[in-house]
Write a protein that binds this ligand. Structure first.
Ligand code: SF4
Length: 345
């Protein structure tokens, strides 16, 4: 017997028995009732991407989160991304379809472990890749993404040691690009990108000699040395508009998305095994359950949230992706004349 939209089921597993069309209809209905917006990361399953209001990398989605007028943000990505949305939009309810969707790279460093390293380097400046917990961001001076890491590091005086957490591969890439020899890299990595190897690239190149090779900076340096372009997922989306044929060294979800968007172009995954199991924990059934029940909500300690926001604000100011509200705009916000937001342009 079909379920009416008013009825709900107790667990995500019960929703898995509903058809895709039924789940989609339920998601769209509940989304409008809750005045919710669904943010989907580029690495999400295609069916999640299809019901997302915005798709992008973590920075783009964080900015959407800060800009939206919605009361509820449903973040289909991993935990640190949903936390980032909450950091930038404390007045909104942020939900995750599956709270177990964490990022193993982010888990490499904790707030306490970072503080221990900072004690060893008292004059250092900490740069936290956004793939880190809110607590780690709160203990860092500034954040960065894969698209602005070089730009962010260039703003730090050359005589200051930089503690770069948690991705050693991105840290190495930044070191190469900036020529700095005083970057202390945390020994973390993304298993999806770190597992990409030269043999796979050689095979993909032999099969598609005309394709441009584009690799994410979370990959190892020997692979980056072979790339025509090193760029973030957002950069890859822009290159896909420009070129007819690309070999993409990143997670499969982006390749699937580009194939859907440009069916006449050739997009080849550098490795068919480059799949982030954590990202794929989110399913349409869990998303429908999450919207029906208003769970799982992301809650942050206000002290951590506000300090993490400062690190993110510094990054957004540097990268031009952030227009901090002027005094005048702040007054208007307080008076309720300008919609309250974090000032993202
Ligand atoms: S792809 Fe890598 S960095 Fe991204 S969520 Fe998965 S493990 Fe973390």
């Amino acid at each position: 017997m079909a379920l009416t939209l008013r009825e709900t089921l107790p667990t995500p597993l019960d929703y898995a028995g509903l058809s895709r069309d039924e789940l989609r209809e339920r998601i769209l209905q509940r989304k409008s009732e809750r005045n919710a917006v669904i943010l989907g990361h580029n690495y999400q399953r295609v069916e999640i991407q299809e019901v997302s209001d915005f798709l992008g990398d973590s920075l783009a989605l964080s900015q959407e989160a800060a800009d939206t007028d919605a009361d509820t943000i449903v973040f289909c990505g991993v935990h640190f991304m949903a936390e980032t949305a909450k950091v930038l939009s404390p007045e909104k309810t942020v939900l995750m379809p599956d709270p177990r969707a964490g990022c193993p790279m982010a888990d490499f460093v904790t707030g306490q472990a970072l503080r221990n390293l900072q004690e060893e380097h008292p004059d250092s400046v900490t740069v936290a890749y956004v793939n880190s917990s809110a607590e780690v961001k709160a203990h860092s001076y500034i954040c960065c993404t894969s698209s602005n890491a070089v730009q962010v590091v260039e703003t730090i005086p050359e005589d200051r040691t930089i503690l770069f957490v948690p991705d050693r591969n991105l840290a190495h890439y930044v070191q190469e690009q900036t020529g700095r020899d005083n970057i202390v890299a945390w020994d973390g990595y993304c298993y999806v990108h770190d597992d990409l190897v030269l043999e796979e690239l050689d095979k993909a190149r032999a099969a598609h000699p005309e394709a441009r090779v584009v690799i994410h900076p979370e990959a190892r340096e020997d692979l980056l040395a072979e790339a025509d372009e090193v760029t973030s997922t957002g950069g890859m989306v822009r290159l896909a508009e420009q070129y007819d044929s690309l070999i993409l060294g990143t997670e499969r979800g982006l390749v699937d998305q580009l194939r859907e968007r440009y069916p006449h172009k050739t997009f080849v995954p550098l490795s068919g095994a480059a799949v982030c199991g954590n990202m794929k924990l989110n399913t349409l059934a869990k998303l429908a359950w999450c919207l029906d029940h208003g769970r799982h909500e992301v809650v942050l300690d206000e002290g951590i949230r506000s300090r993490a926001e400062q690190s993110l604000r510094r990054m957004l100011e540097v990268s031009g992706g952030w227009q901090a509200p002027s005094e005048e705009e702040e007054k208007l916000e307080l008076a309720g004349v300008r919609p309250k937001g974090c000032g993202c342009g």
